[in-house]
Design a protein around this ligand. Structure first.
Ligand SMILES: [Mg+2]
Length: 185
């Protein structure tokens, strides 16, 4: 925790005031989300509050801290800030999609897809399909929006490539099992 504290204090040395604030508040939200998870274990998910899964995921995913780190700190905010909500969707949900297999076979239900399916009365398979469509749309929105600014566009594309590889190349997500099942079936 003191290492995390030290890192957060350093953020202001590298980023402008609004950007460093966004990074720090998102990083602090993550700490709160761990406390929230603890307090809400076994809580019944209500269909009357369908935005709760988004709220909970925006806290736990640290998406804005990551999103602001995608772009060089020398790049003016106006070049990329409008794609931040879509980028938060990509950051959270690429992980939800690519870690789904690992979490299913481990019987892990403390995740966004389980919450979202329960709150919307969907099967997890249908929830996953919907989430994939939403995430692809967010990715396309970002690419379209950033096109006029090559520096921002290239930073996003390089990030996205690495983000996908970070999921597909580590054993943790067991994606090679999914791929081999696909090719043998
Ligand atoms: Mg996950």
């Amino acid at each position: 925790m003191s290492a995390y504290d030290g890192l957060l204090r350093e953020v202001a040395c590298y980023y402008s005031a609004p950007v460093s604030n966004f990074i720090v508040t998102s990083a602090l939200d993550f700490v709160s989300s761990i406390l929230l998870d603890n307090e809400t274990k076994d809580m019944t998910i209500s269909p009357r509050t369908p935005s709760y899964p988004e709220y909970s995921r925006m806290l736990s995913g640290i998406p804005y801290a990551y999103a602001y780190c995608v772009f060089p700190c020398t790049l003016p905010l106006r070049e990329y800030v409008q794609c931040m909500p879509d980028l938060a969707i990509v950051l959270n949900h690429v992980n939800d999609i690519l870690s789904h297999y690992k979490e299913e076979i481990q019987g892990d239900t403390a995740n966004y897809l389980t919450l979202m399916a329960a709150s919307r009365g969907l099967t997890k398979q249908n929830a996953l399909q919907e989430l994939i469509e939403k995430t692809v749309q967010a990715h396309q929105n970002i690419l379209e929006f950033l096109k006029p600014c090559p520096e921002a566009y290239d930073a996003y594309v390089a990030f996205f490539d690495g983000f996908i590889k970070a999921h597909t190349t580590v054993k943790r997500y067991k994606l090679e099992e999914v791929m081999s099942e696909r090719s043998s079936s």
